[in-house]
Design a protein around this ligand. Structure first.
Ligand code: C5P
Length: 305
């Protein structure tokens, strides 16, 4: 028996830092959505418990990718502690997303592994053991497991209700620079327990009620909302890697670009476009200028189907 799951790129459309907690982690509020681009994870039942890697980004995985450090392997180990009766089998990870690049590739893979293992064990994906395992594996895994646009709070385990975003033609672009997440957070220079003061005195609350957000077809309303938000990690990430700022500004200046912003702690920048034609023209322009960059033409949102 073989079963496959898509592991889409996670996009932080808005990422506000609220405070630095006593344990060193930061409380966040982030509007997260997903792209139509991602990895694919296949579970091969009754084979040995190996992890095989394929795809254009396979070689980028640390320790060759098949070791205990891979989030797929870790997802199985963590879930096994919560649910001892998991099906035997191995995984094939078809890796398309750049590694450690702010679009949650590893978290998406872990969430896909949890879904496939739960399915093999005859368990629903909203089983509490799965949710507990997801939170234990990493901050972005719960939102990836849930798989719909929504706001995540705190360090990621608290999720708001699903939101319905229009489908935006989009580009993802990565300059191939690794910006270590802890270093980016350190760049905020917040003392333990300190609240983050947003630039320009902005109220950084993201409403929890779906009714407070624009409607499923109100594209202009969504863009206005997104523009009212920020990614608070962009400043420190761009200080470490100025190429991110250049990429963001290049995308923002492309005809038809509605919004260009870094995702997560970087270095991937996403850009939303008015239509497929301007998106594709921007992709061609970017590719000609930066032939070594990873560029994916995709769609972000589209929760309404
Ligand atoms: O969750 P992840 O393992 O990617 O986090 C890497 C590092 O980023 C953490 O060790 C911490 O230094 C920082 N971080 C944080 N607050 C968060 C998420 C991550 O300070 N909410």
């Amino acid at each position: 028996m073989q079963a496959s799951a898509f592991a889409p790129a996670k996009i932080n459309l808005i990422l506000h830092v609220r405070a630095r907690r006593a344990d060193g982690y930061h409380d966040l509020e982030s509007l997260v959505s997903f792209a139509a681009t991602g990895d694919r994870l296949t579970f091969v039942a009754d084979s040995d418990q190996s992890l095989q890697l394929t795809g254009p980004m396979a070689s980028a995985l640390i320790d060759g990718g098949s070791g205990a450090g891979n989030l797929v392997t870790r997802a199985r180990a963590v879930l096994h502690r919560h649910l001892p009766d998991l099906p035997a089998g191995g995984f094939i990870l078809d890796k398309h997303l750049p590694v450690a690049s702010g679009i949650g590739g590893g978290s998406a893979d872990a969430a896909a592994a949890l879904r496939l293992l739960a399915d093999g064990a005859g368990i629903f994906p909203d089983h509490p053991a799965l949710l507990r395992a997801a939170a234990e594996i990493g901050a972005d895994v719960p939102v990836c497991l849930a798989g719909r646009s929504r706001v995540m709070y705190g360090t990621g385990a608290d999720l708001g209700p699903p939101l319905t975003l229009p489908a935006f033609p989009a580009l993802l672009a990565n300059p191939g620079i690794a910006v270590p997440t802890p270093e980016v957070f350190r760049g905020l220079a917040l003392a333990p327990g300190a609240r983050f003061t947003p630039p320009g005195d902005m109220d950084d609350a993201l409403p929890a009620e779906p009714e407070a957000w624009p409607g499923a077809h109100d594209r202009a309303g969504w863009i206005a909302r997104l523009k009212a938000g920020r990614n608070d990690l962009a400043g420190p990430a761009e200080a470490i890697a100025p190429a991110i700022a250049v990429l963001r500004e290049t995308l923002a200046a492309c005809p038809g670009c509605l919004l260009a912003r870094m995702s997560g702690s970087g270095a991937t920048v996403f850009a939303l476009f008015a239509d497929d034609a301007t998106r594709d023209a921007a992709a061609a322009q970017l590719h000609a200028r930066y032939p070594e960059y990873w560029i994916a033409a995709t769609v972000i949102g589209g929760d309404a189907g």
